[in-house]
Design a protein around this ligand. Structure first.
Ligand SMILES: Cc1cc2nc3c(=O)[nH]c(=O)nc-3n(C[C@H](O)[C@H](O)[C@H](O)COP(=O)(O)OP(=O)(O)OC[C@H]3O[C@@H](n4cnc5c(N)ncnc54)[C@H](O)[C@@H]3O)c2cc1C
Ligand code: FES
Ligand code: FES
Length: 474
């Protein structure tokens, strides 16, 4: 397998050489550079033991190819002590006795460092959210949170790690990739990317954030693609969120973090921001994309109900041309989308919702964060004096694809949101889904929850004391 060039900075020092395409960033750091402070726990984005800073953002290094670090800066736990002096965060962890097994602590500290670099004065909730992707298996969270709070007030805690300038050596290790072999393509134009898809067809798969694809490739080597088409060099062209006329356009490399931080979306499409905020962990949100959520085509994809409610279109392009599909026509069943293998998602777009639109978004999972949904209910309403002028309702994880609850929408449209109507709608909506029993939940529970969540959502539209966004368990 031919090696691929890599030039990056690790802990402030330049590194230049070649790496195997199927080498993960985690393996490169540990086995090639000998930076063994970065640990491997689950190998699939769940535990955060492998967290590093990638251009200042916390990411799971088990879900990045080493080759994707080309042109980027990586900081590992070793980079926090370039001259042997501990970072204020490390000191606070020691003082509070927050260091127990040592295995998950490097990841915890780097996630906390990323938080303090962005938000030097976080509250407890901010800290919990930032560390939700770092699992402590010995339940030391209370001390860990106290340590981050303590460090937050200290000189230097929010400062980026100091850079060192000597080039890194190439230490001894012989890396052993755990991903199957593949041909890595990193086109620098969209046209070239489409050519590759055209030539390779089913053999090729697009790599965006890698939070689904790399997990799937590690889980099942036999179904791994022969060609991985990384979009990493197309970031300047494909990573955007902008308004043109009366539509919002989102590029296929826009991440969940981009969505959450976009003032345009916060103002214009808060429903999508609510949905993106509930995806996985900080590390997953920093890499995962909306386009990847769509192409994965899971009925539990968190952003899909929001995109259904917003009336989004998915624009796909191939060498033969471009077409726009209504998002509802984009899915054929679980993990089956309606695009052809040679087509790539090149944009997601939707009309700017009119001012005064009200939304709700509820997700039920086995735990508060890092959870695949059992049931999602999203709603998007235009009201006039509590009367429904227009509405869209979308349900996730209760049918083979995300579905609109069109009969319930019809029942509500033109009506005053009275208690009897809300009750009637919450009974009706249960008939509009076809949930199944699976390892995550049972069908009767999912059906009941659809009704319960819709009742709550409709109340939130008329009663400000009912929150329009909740993740259960709270
Ligand atoms: C620990 C963990 C927690 C997670 N939690 C959640 C969660 O709470 N909610 C949720 O909805 N998801 C969750 N996910 C799943 C995942 O993060 C999302 O589905 C994410 O949006 C995938 O985007 P990506 O950019 O990482 O896609 P990738 O992994 O790069 O790609 C996923 C699929 O989409 C295809 N693809 C990507 N971009 C394009 C494109 N432009 N054109 C055509 N095909 C494309 C790829 O070929 C691949 O088949 C989680 C994943 C992990 C590992
Ligand atoms: S090793 Fe668990 S998230 Fe990477
Ligand atoms: S400190 Fe590592 S598992 Fe708790």
């Amino acid at each position: 397998m031919p090696k691929t060039p890599l030039q990056c900075k690790v802990n402030g020092r330049p590194w230049s050489g070649t790496v195997l395409p199927n080498l993960r960033l985690l393996d490169f750091l540990r086995d090639v550079l000998g930076l063994t402070g970065t640990k491997e726990g689950c190998g699939e984005g769940e535990c955060g033991a492998c967290t590093v800073l990638f251009d200042g953002k916390a990411v799971d290094s088990c879900l990045l190819l080493a080759a994707e670090a080309d042109g980027h800066e990586v900081v590992t736990i070793e980079g926090l002590t370039p001259r042997g002096q501990l970072d204020p965060l490390q000191e606070a962890f020691i003082e509070e006795g927050a260091v127990q097994c040592g295995y998950c602590i490097p990841g915890m500290i780097l996630s906390a460092k990323a938080l303090l670099m962005e938000n030097p004065e976080p509250n407890e909730f901010d800290i919990q959210r930032a560390l939700a992707g770092n699992l402590c298996r010995c339940t030391g969270y209370a001390k860990i949170i106290t340590a981050v709070q303590k460090a937050a007030g200290r000189e230097g805690a929010s400062r980026a790690p100091a850079a060192c300038c000597e080039p890194l050596e190439h230490p001894a290790g012989t890396p052993c990739p755990c991903l199957p072999p593949f041909q890595l393509e990193t086109p620098d134009t969209l046209e070239r990317a489409l050519d590759i898809l055209d030539q390779q067809g089913q053999r090729a798969q697009v790599l965006a954030g890698g939070t689904d694809l790399l997990v799937a490739m590690q889980d099942d080597h036999r179904s791994a693609p022969g060609v991985v088409l990384s979009l990493m060099k197309l970031e300047p062209q494909l990573r955007y969120i902008r308004q043109e006329g009366d539509r919002i356009h989102i590029g296929p490399l826009a991440t969940y973090t981009d969505v959450i931080e976009s003032s345009l979306l916060r103002e214009g499409a808060p429903l999508l921001v609510l949905a993106a905020s509930e995806v996985g962990s900080l590390q997953i949100r920093n890499r995962g994309t909306l386009a990847g959520n769509i192409a994965t085509a899971s009925p539990s994809g968190d952003t899909l109900p929001a995109l259904y409610c917003l009336g989004a279109e998915v624009v796909v392009r191939s060498r033969k041309g471009e077409r726009a599909l209504a998002i509802e026509d984009g899915f054929l069943g679980p993990k089956q989308h309606a695009f052809r293998p040679e087509e790539m998602v090149v944009e997601i777009r939707f009309p700017c919702p009119p001012p005064g639109t009200k939304d709700f978004f509820y997700k039920v999972g086995p735990r508060r964060a890092q959870a695949i949904t059992k049931v999602t209910v999203a709603g998007h309403f235009a009201l006039e004096n509590d009367r429904v002028k227009q509405c869209r309702l979308a349900l996730g994880a209760v049918a083979p694809t995300v579905v609109r609850a069109k009969h319930t929408e019809q029942l509500l449209t033109g009506q005053l949101l009275s208690n009897p109507l809300i009750e009637q709608a919450s009974q009706q909506v249960k008939e509009e889904c076809s949930p199944i029993d699976d390892i995550r939940s049972e069908s009767w529970y999912r059906r009941e929850m659809v009704g319960t969540l819709l009742r709550r959502g409709l109340r939130s539209l008329v009663d400000p004391s009912v929150s329009p966004c909740r993740v259960f368990p709270e």
